[in-house]
Write a protein that binds this ligand. Sequence first.
Ligand SMILES: [Zn+2]
Length: 280
Amino acid sequence: MTGPVRNFLTVDIEEWFHVCGVGGVLAPDRWPTLPSRVEFTTDLTLDLLTRHGVTATFFVLGWIADRHPRLVERILQAGHEVASHGWAHRRVFELDEESFAEELTRTNATLEEAGAPRPIGFRAPEWSINDRAPWALAVLARAGFRYDSSMSPLRLVGNPRYLQVPHRHETAYGTLVEVPPLVGRRLGQQFPLGGGWGLRMSRPATVIREIEARNRRGEPVTLFMHPWEIDPQPPRVTLPWPLRFSHYFRLSGFAERLDDILAHVAFGPIGDWVLKGCGV
Ligand SMILES: [Zn+2]
């Protein structure tokens, strides 16, 4: 790779109630009745990034873009990349090829209606392009996507053997660049240092040190966050473990820790990097 190494901040735009695999009060048919927080919390996220002059990749759910098209406009106006997080926050391995392709088409159309250029990047809900859905990469390439950021090198949601650096997948429909999230090592296990509970519990200095070490090796790092993680008054419902942990553990003070990381690390959108040839 030539030139300065850049890192990627990615934001999954969804509501606090878009939790995979739960029914009851958070079942999809209840979503329209639940209090929406996404505009408020995404605006907080946009303010945070503007303060640091950081541009990011926003993976937006079609379901959100349909209800909040002006929010998509504000993300674009602030100079960020809009990419796809699918339509209804369903895990890819629960879909088949046809219904996954339909979700992609419907989401692209809705994002484009809201003013976004046609998305070239995709992130699956809950990192659900894994060994249970290996067919999904070809579906993405066939639909015109250029990169994917859905394969986590973690045991619970992905596979610890997945590569930790951006790399290429060759599919029957062309090449897709895979951009995995940062993972760290703790007590002999890989954990999500780049986002979720792992990032929320980590000291900013630890995260920055790890990013700098990887950048020295020429590797870009991908962090991920959700607007609901910086909600000062997050609505709470009782979730089963480990969802309770991944959704609620150490939300307090997260915006400040993120502030510290953004002040020390250079970030840019994934899409620009891929379109410029990205060197992987
Ligand atoms: Zn999501």
